[in-house]
Design a protein around this ligand. Sequence first.
Ligand code: IMP
Ligand code: MG
Length: 180
Amino acid sequence: MLTERAKILISENELKEKIREVASQISADYKGEEVLFVGILKGCIHFYSDLTREVNLPLTMDFMAISSYGSGTTSSGEVKMLKDLDKSICGKNVIIVEDIIDSGNTLSYLKRLLSSRQPKSVKICTLLDKPSRRKVDLQPDYCCFTIPDEFVFGYGLDVDQQYRNKKDIYILDPKDYPKE
Ligand code: IMP
Ligand code: MG
């Protein structure tokens, strides 16, 4: 089993604790305001659900689906929109909720796209950040964990579409890297 060879990088408890902290920061920063949380499917699912339930603000939810990866472990650099938002974001405070920032290509494309739709504000909240892999200049406004240059999975993150249901985040053993 792939999960037997993989090492746990961040445990379920560490995830819970840190997400609660980031949610309080967001609740304080937007006090008195309403926020639209835009989840980037599918990797965001557990993070989005845990984060929004800890945020103490009037909030609404919407989702986008983007594809920037093939089945391998390196980004193609190409970003394809699979599902757009349901409603206009004009005049709204938007927080983009993403699983991980790697090259930064996906979020830099999304931030540009959403900023062009006249929102009141656009910020980025990521569960994980791998800054050593960045190819474009992009900083998250909220980040739960900065991680080394390793391929990780679990808690929403996949290996070839599998293992998103794991409760912890694991480092994939290089022996198990999917074929590019
Ligand atoms: P970027 O456009 O290179 O920043 O890639 C971001 C997307 O690549 C993320 O939303 C993930 O879906 C995927 N990705 C990047 N690194 C990993 C990883 O270590 N495990 C699983 N998916 C990853
Ligand atoms: Mg993703």
